[in-house]
Design a protein around this ligand. Sequence first.
Ligand code: SAH
Length: 356
Amino acid sequence: MQKYSIHNEEKLKEILKENKFPPFRYNQIENAIYKNFVTDFDEIQTIPKDLRELLKANFFYTTLEIDTQKTSANGQTTKTLYKTETGEFIESVIMRHKTGRVTLCVSCQAGCPMACSFCATGKLWLLKNLETYEIVEQIIAAAKMLHEEESLSLRNIVYMGMGEPMLNYDNVAESIRVATTQKKLDLSNRRVTVSTCWIVPGIDKFTKDFPQTSLAVSLHSPNDEVRQSIMPVDHTYPLKDLMASLERYTKATNKRIFYEYIMINWVNDHPKLADELGQLLQWKLAHVNFIPYNAWEGTNSDGFTTTPKIIIDKFQKVLLDKYNVVSTVRMTMWDDIDAACGQLANKKEEEDKEEK
Ligand code: SAH
């Protein structure tokens, strides 16, 4: 018999109804799963035994298997490598900030079809879109671990792991709903950030469906020429289209957009680009996050290196002094476990590929 994920609310309600259980039983199950992080249906003591049996017969709780889990030397970052039931490897990363804030970075695809030249995940191509429950399971596993082992609450999620969220829109959307529904994980919408390298139709949909949820854009260059040299997606959606959909987003939501700008030596860090970037973003609700390029293990055929800090400082100064655009530099504190941006390409997939 086919089993469903316990996160499939519609199915759960339907099966409860079919079996003549009153609606409050649903609330008890929901409470056990999302508030008490129960992982075994037998542990839900608030419901009768026959209902527990019904759940066991019709639903599964988790499909992701932890393959490895590593915490960085400074204890701030934990990277978990999961194996899905279909055999792909995906990763999520917990980041504990000094302020006490905790952020989880989740994957939404195994691999990624975007093929940005600087990104390790892109080298895997797309292996599969993750199911809603595979995204939700990453979130719950992290929330449970933080709660039970460290008495910490997970309050922030970023869709900045493996994959392009706008290309797995429906499942990402459903996982955001689970994360932000009060009776489920109850995260504030603005503390959930979806990062995209800019798939325009996805953005327009996102604007309509999630006006409160935060948006980050992987910009990486203020002009098409440089952008196209590192991000093939720019051929399909050039900057003109990108900025137009941004205008629509800002108009509809009045929210600040986070622009990610990877800093690669000699590629996208020419001083004139600081001015171009300033001109592109001035008068807009914008915040730039500079990400020093992280070198990753394996064949980095483009031979990229990281922009020196002094040049990033100059970019920041130009943006602020000349164009009044605020920026920060993202820390790379979790380098020692290959969990930094763009390094999420598990070695197992690579090994598998090599064997073939
Ligand atoms: N596909 C989405 C989600 C991935 S987010 C997107 O493109 O936004 C991961 C972020 O890390 C993106 O901004 C990505 O461009 C950046 N990144 C990828 N490889 C990197 C690397 N080697 N060094 C630093 N940042 C990188």
